[in-house]
Design a binder for this molecule. Structure first.
Ligand SMILES: [Zn+2]
Length: 416
C-alpha cells in the first residue's frame, strides 16, 4: 500500500476553503505583469512579486542570473538574447525527504502583444495571458506550501522551489538549475496546467528544434545560370525528405520555416530551414539524428553543402514504475477530495521531461484546469484553484505523514 491515511491529512486542508478570493486576486495581479520570455524587466518584476508572496513561507531565497538565449536567425547569424532571472527558494534542505517544486515565470506573449490583461468570460472562467500557463499554477503552489508550513507535519520534509524564466523557449539556460535540483530531490511537482477537464499529463513526447543552413553557389541568372548551385531548391529537396520522418513509428516532424530572399536575377547561394521533431522514446532520439545525417548526405551534391544545428532539448518523458505509482497516489488523493481525473499521454513537453530524464519521478500538470494556452483565448477555471491547492498540499502532507510514521517510500525510487 502506497498511502491510505487520507482522513489524517484531509482535516489539515480545510484552511484552504476560504482562500478562493485571495488566490484569484493574486493570480490576476501576476497575469497582468507581462513576462514574455524576452521581456527581461517583466520577468524580473514577476521574480520580485513572487519573492514577496513566498516570503511568509520562510526558507532561503536566491535570485540567479542566467546565460542568454542563443539562437541562429533566419539569415544564419548566431544571435544571443538576454533573459530574466531565476528565483530559487529552499527550506529544510537537511530533511530526509526532499520535494522539488517547479514553475516557469515566462509566457509566450511578448511585451508588445495585444494580450495584456484579464477578462471574465463567465463567473468561473478567467481569460488572460498566462492565467493557466502557468501563473495559476504558481498560486496553487504557494497555497499548498503555506498549508504544509502551517501543519504539524512540516518538519518531516524539506522542499526547494525553482521559478525559471525560459521554459517557453526550451529551458536551455535554466536546464542546469533543473539538473542541480534533481540531484537532491526525491520527487518533483511541476505546475503546468492540467487538461481543461482536470486530467493530468502522463507520458510526454520528447522534442528537438533543428536548423539547417544550406550553402550553394551564386551566379547571374541570365548569363551563367548553369554555374550556380541553387540553395533554395536543394533545401526544398531536403525539407521533403525530412517530412518523410513522419512515416516512422512514434516520430513526428514539422518543417516550419524556410527563409531565403534574393533578387530574381541571382541564383540563391543560401537558404535557412528550421523544423521540430517529436519522439516517444529515447532510442528514437538517436534514430532521428542518424536519419538526419543520412538525409543530408543523400542531398549533398557538388557545390551544395548543409550545416545541421540544434538538437533534442527535452527527452521523452517515459513513465518509470515509481512515476506510475506517484500518479496513482495523486489520483487517490484527488478522489478523496472529490476530484476525479484520468492520466493522459500528450505530445506536448515541459520541464517534467527534463526532471524525469534525471531520474526523478514527477507530476507535471498540478496547475489549474485551463485551456487554449499559447493563444489570446487562454483561460483558467477559477473554481479549480482551491481544490488543486488541496490536492498539492495533500500530496506534500502524504509524504510528510509517511516519513513521520516511517512508511516505506522506496517505491518512489529514482531511475538513474
Ligand atoms: Zn507552461
Amino acid at each position: 500500500m502506497i498511502f491510505d491515511n487520507f482522513t489524517k491529512i484531509t482535516s489539515l486542508l480545510s484552511n484552504l476553503d476560504n482562500n478562493k478570493q485571495l488566490m484569484t486576486d493574486q493570480l490576476i495581479s501576476l497575469a497582468e505583469i507581462n513576462s514574455g520570455s524576452f521581456n527581461v524587466n517583466g520577468v524580473n518584476k514577476v521574480v520580485d512579486k513572487l519573492s514577496y508572496l513566498f516570503k511568509p513561507l520562510g526558507g532561503e531565497q536566491q535570485v540567479i542570473e542566467l546565460d542568454p538565449y542563443k539562437i541562429i536567425d533566419k539569415n544564419g547569424h548566431k544571435i544571443s538574447r538576454p533573459i530574466g532571472n531565476a528565483l530559487t527558494i529552499s527550506k529544510r534542505a537537511d530533511a530526509p525527504f526532499q520535494v522539488f517544486l517547479c514553475a516557469h515565470l515566462d509566457t509566450v506573449f511578448p511585451e508588445d502583444s495585444h494580450f495584456q490583461s484579464v477578462k471574465w468570460l463567465d463567473e468561473d472562467t478567467l481569460n488572460g495571458p498566462g492565467v493557466a500557463d502557468l501563473k495559476g499554477g504558481i498560486i496553487i503552489m504557494l497555497h499548498a506550501l503555506q498549508t504544509l508550513e502551517n501543519s504539524p507535519l512540516k518538519d518531516y520534509i524539506g522542499w526547494q522551489v525553482l521559478f525559471n524564466p525560459d521554459e517557453e523557449i526550451g529551458s536551455l539556460s535554466s536546464n542546469k538549475l533543473l539538473k542541480q535540483a534533481a540531484k537532491r530531490a526525491n520527487v518533483g511537482m511541476i505546475y503546468e496546467p492540467s487538461f481543461p477537464n482536470g486530467d493530468l499529463a502522463g507520458q510526454r513526447k520528447g522534442s528537438g528544434n533543428f536548423t539547417i543552413l544550406c550553402h550553394g553557389k551564386s551566379a547571374h541568372a541570365g548569363r551563367e545560370l548553369e554555374l550556380g548551385r541553387n540553395a533554395i531548391l536543394a533545401t526544398n529537396k531536403l525539407a521533403l525528405a525530412i517530412d518523410k520522418l513522419n512515416n516512422l513509428d512514434g516520430i513526428s516532424a514539422n518543417v516550419a520555416n524556410i527563409n531565403a530572399d534574393f533578387p530574381l536575377n541571382i541564383v540563391p547561394d543560401f537558404c535557412y530551414l528550421a523544423f521540430n521533431v517529436r519522439v516517444e522514446t529515447t532510442e528514437n532520439m538517436s534514430l532521428v539524428t542518424e536519419k538526419l545525417n543520412q538525409i543530408i548526405e543523400a542531398t549533398t551534391t557538388e557545390g551544395i553543402s548543409f550545416e545541421l544545428q540544434g538538437g533534442f532539448t527535452r527527452p521523452p518523458k517515459v513513465l518509470s514504475a515509481g512515476n506510475k505509482k506517484l500518479l496513482d497516489l495523486v489520483k487517490k488523493i484527488g478522489s478523496s477530495l472529490g476530484l476525479n481525473f484520468n492520466i493522459t499521454a500528450t505530445g506536448g513537453c515541459c520541464d517534467g521531461n527534463n526532471i524525469a530524464s534525471y531520474g526523478v519521478p514527477n507530476i507535471d500538470s498540478l496547475g489549474v484546469h485551463g485551456g487554449n494556452i499559447h493563444t489570446d483565448k487562454e483561460y483558467a477555471h477559477i473554481s479549480s484553484l482551491v481544490p488543486r491547492a488541496k490536492m498539492s498540499a495533500g500530496l506534500l502532507l502524504a509524504f510528510a505523514y509517511s516519513i513521520k510514521h516511517k512508511h516505506n517510500l522506496d517505491w518512489l525510487h529514482k531511475d538513474t
